[in-house]
Design a protein around this ligand. Structure first.
Ligand code: C2E
Ligand code: MG
Ligand code: MG
Length: 421
């Protein structure tokens, strides 16, 4: 049989389109993985075409056996396999899925006396987050496969803001670059309130982009885009320096107050962040203990050892570390023992539904207890009503943040809030 004569791109495309149609009604997410057998051409040269074909067949079997909820698995090209997985509960599971694919092929394939290692690269895109049509999702999965191969990262995930439905993310990136140069970015500040005293002890700096027509674009849509390029480094530097410049005086006048800044996942893996933070603290004359650096829980999982090392170095500057969006990252509880952090923020998704969902309420209660055992201060984020505020307060949560207390404030409103705090 000639290599790749059983490729079935059309069938795969059709199956993916059908899955998308049914996901539209059920409002469920589906993932498209593209698995590339990296040394396929070398196997063919070294072992002959027949062996090459056996390797692909074995890879498909192993993937089919090891993955759950596989709706379609087909050979897309001689060395590429497409997989559709249904019912993906949250985007974070894409990491686990890609790792599972790589893990399930970790043992070399044994054919006769030969032990053949099967190296793969994986690209993945999620419906509806990264596109609404089969061609766009496949485009996203192939683009992330390409970047995983180029950067040798094993797998790549399509970016949320680089939605592949034909929106021009390149244009958006240029607009954002221009906004940075033209000073059209600003910070809002949202108070975090101590639940035992009712006092505001900290403000979280949240970036705002004043776009064309004076519309504000949410950081939730442009930060992930910036994270796909070097722009995130410029944005981070801008944010740290702007927050410390604006807050220097209020912090000096209120010794028990702090400012919290969000750091993206790729930023904490780059050691130069430590110098950026140190020099900004020095330039603006801010006491390091009045700075909190928020890092999302999912960011910790890429490489825990390296991440913890950099977090510890950041902590050594005197700044405090807060784990943001806790509960969505699926990290092991074992890391509580060693995590170099001071504060933990329970993700809004649990807080917002806890009044109506007793399971979420139990989760929040357990997170609070566990965090306290390990000496972490706990903040409930996304508190939108008094009922939830009372619930988290009764559970012994230390602090709260959310629309019920205050929306993020522009600088004038922030000053007013501070005067009345
Ligand atoms: P985050 O750090 O978890 O920030 C909290 C987000 O929840 C903010 O959205 C805030 O406005 C919103 N929020 C606060 N209370 C409530 C509430 O009661 N209900 C609801 N529905 N939402 C609430 P925002 O400002 O759009 O920021 C979204 C995310 O963007 C942030 O999530 C953070 O991850 C990221 N981000 C914001 N500013 C920066 C920045 O300067 N640098 C980096 N790297 N990321 C940033
Ligand atoms: Mg945050
Ligand atoms: Mg958060």
């Amino acid at each position: 049989m000639l290599p790749g004569s059983d490729t079935n791109w059309h069938l795969f495309f059709q199956r993916l389109s059908e899955e998308i149609e049914s996901a539209k009604d059920s409002k469920k997410r589906i993932a498209v993985f593209v698995v590339d057998i990296v040394f396929f051409h070398i196997y063919n040269i070294k072992f002959g075409f027949e062996r090459g074909e056996e390797i692909v067949a074995d890879t498909i079997n192993r993937l089919d056996e090891n993955l759950n909820r596989v709706q379609a698995i087909e050979r897309l090209s001689p060395h590429q396999i497409g997989i559709v997985i249904s019912d993906v509960a949250v985007p974070e599971l894409l990491h686990l899925g890609a790792e599972k694919i790589i893990d399930s092929l970790a043992n070399p394939l044994v054919i006769g006396d030969d032990e053949i290692p099967v190296d793969v690269a994986v690209g993945v895109a999620l419906y509806p987050d990264h596109g609404h049509k089969a061609e766009n999702l496949l485009g996203g999965a192939f683009a992330s496969l390409e970047s995983a191969r180029r950067q040798n990262t094993g797998y790549g995930i399509a970016s949320t803001s680089g939605n592949h439905d034909g929106s021009d993310s390149w244009e958006l990136e240029n607009d954002l670059k221009q906004a940075l140069e033209e000073d059209r970015l600003l910070l809002n500040y949202q108070p975090k309130v101590d639940l035992s005293t009712g006092n505001t002890f900290s403000f979280e700096a949240l970036m705002r982009w004043k776009h064309i027509n004076d519309e504000y674009v949410s950081p939730a849509s442009f930060i992930p885009l910036a994270e796909t390029s070097y722009l995130i480094y410029d944005l981070t530097e801008w944010c740290i320096n702007t927050a410390l410049r604006e807050m220097a005086e209020p912090l000096q006048n209120n010794g028990d107050l702090s400012v919290a800044i969000n750091l993206s996942a790729n930023i904490i893996y780059d050691p130069s962040i430590i110098t950026t933070v140190k020099s900004a603290l020095e330039i603006w004359g801010v006491n390091p203990e009045q700075l909190i650096l928020e890092v999302t829980e999912s960011a910790l999982m890429k490489n825990q050892e390296l991440c913890f090392r950099n977090l510890q170095l950041l902590r050594d500057t005197g700044a405090k570390i807060s784990i943001d969006d806790f509960g969505t990252g699926y990290s092991s509880l074992a890391y509580f023992k060693t995590i170099p952090a001071d504060e933990l923020k329970i993700d809004q998704s649990f807080i917002r539904s806890m009044a109506s969902n007793s399971d979420d309420s139990k989760i929040v209660d357990s997170i609070i207890n566990l965090s306290h055992k390990f000496g972490l201060k706990v903040v409930a984020e996304g508190v939108e009503d008094v009922e939830t505020l009372n619930l988290v307060s009764d559970m012994g949560c230390d602090a709260a943040q959310g629309y019920y207390i205050s929306r993020p404030l522009d600088f004038t409103l922030f000053e007013e809030w501070l005067a009345n705090k």
